[in-house]
Write a protein that binds this ligand. Structure first.
Ligand code: GTP
Length: 332
């Protein structure tokens, strides 16, 4: 499918954009206050926990994490879970691991909570780490307790539910949602395993107080960590189109039955809207009387494009490809 599309592209002699216009965008406005209250509460519960499980999105393994997790909660053993691996292109998994090791992150697991992939690796890793580290004043306790932290919408609650499914054969204990900010109550303690007794504290998603760059903001937004309308659905759809074309992922051409790959978002959204029947008739007043014209519903087409991408139908992506290609230094 990819080859056929590439041939189509080459035959058409199309060139895609070398860069995405980032200027003039106020990334700070896209991200709501960074929820310092949540972080403070996590800090105060730190004495109850033996380990931090940080969940992040496997499509952006090297960017967008909240550095404050490390700074404020970094005393405890730490496991990084890169979730949503079913949506990520992990051809360069070893390189990702090397980059993370360079940042001092040695305990990394790639998971998919929708496919229950690798979820079983987490508890042995946590108990092994806790067993080989000092438990401070919790030395006499038989229970293990870990705090699950991460930016919004990366799958923290889904991970807790998946662990319960795998180890306790029990269903949902915590709410999951497609939009960021579903987990609001800080600190619900949930048992996920009986032998050994392991409890997890679910926490609300906390973004970094400052997003390093507009591009990082766009990647975070593509992964659904912020409400789309704050960035603008059409801007986000354009960044998605730019990324898919640069990565030669032309699945959208087949998916929407387009004539060929194209780097112009207005043209793509127009075709998508027509394909999906998301058009409306509007009366336009002309010199010779009223004329009915068909107008594409661009926002609806943009929403569908984003939804389709996030459900994995356009193929797996690695949004940190640029960072991976650079020498072993991760994005701030
Ligand atoms: N494809 C895919 N989707 C996932 C995976 N894990 C979670 N999701 C989806 O991602 C969305 C967010 O999941 P949650 O578990 O609510 O994420 P959260 O980190 O607890 O979210 P907040 O409460 O906003 O911080 C939901 O639509 C989940 O179904 C995964 O491994 N793969």
């Amino acid at each position: 499918m990819r080859l056929a599309s590439r041939a189509l592209w080459a035959a058409a002699g199309v060139a895609w954009r070398e860069s995405f216009p980032l200027g003039g965008r106020d990334v700070a406005r896209w991200f709501p206050g960074h929820m310092a209250k949540g972080l403070k509460k996590m800090q105060s519960s730190l004495k109850l926990v033996d380990c931090i499980i940080e969940v992040h999105d496997a499509r952006i393994p090297l960017s967008g994490r909240n550095p404050l997790f490390q700074e404020t909660l970094g005393l405890k053993p730490h496991v990084l879970v890169l979730n949503k691996m079913d949506l990520a292109d992990l051809k360069e998994q070893q390189k990702i691991i090397q980059h993370l090791e360079g940042e001092g992150l040695k305990h990394v697991v790639f998971t998919s909570c929708v496919r229950d992939e690798n979820v079983k690796q987490i508890i042995p890793m946590v108990t092994g780490l806790v067993g080989s580290s000092r438990r401070y004043h919790r030395g006499e306790s038989l229970e293990f307790c870990a705090m699950v932290v991460g930016i919004p919408n990366v799958g923290k609650s889904s991970l807790i539910n998946a662990l319960r499914r795998q180890h306790l054969r029990k269903g949902k204990a915590t709410r999951v949602g497609g939009e960021p900010g579903i987990t609001r109550a800080v600190m619900s303690k949930i048992q996920v395993c009986e032998r050994p007794p392991l409890f997890l504290l679910d926490t609300p998603g906390v973004l970094a107080p400052r997003i390093g760059s507009v591009e990082m903001g766009l990647k975070l937004a593509l992964c659904g960590t912020v409400l789309d309308h704050l960035v603008g659905e059409e801007t986000l759809a354009d960044y998605l189109l730019y990324t898919l074309n640069r990565h030669q992922l032309f699945g959208y051409v087949q998916h929407y039955g387009l004539g060929g790959a194209c780097d112009d978002i207005t043209s793509v959204l127009k075709q998508v809207a027509v394909r999906l029947g998301k058009t409306q008739k509007v009366k336009v007043l002309t010199g010779t009387g009223d004329v009915n014209v068909i107008q594409p519903n661009y926002p609806a087409a943009a929403r569908d494009f984003l939804r389709t991408f996030r459900s994995g139908l356009l193929g797996p992506v690695m949004l940190d490809r640029g960072v991976l290609q650079s020498p072993l230094v991760a994005e701030p």
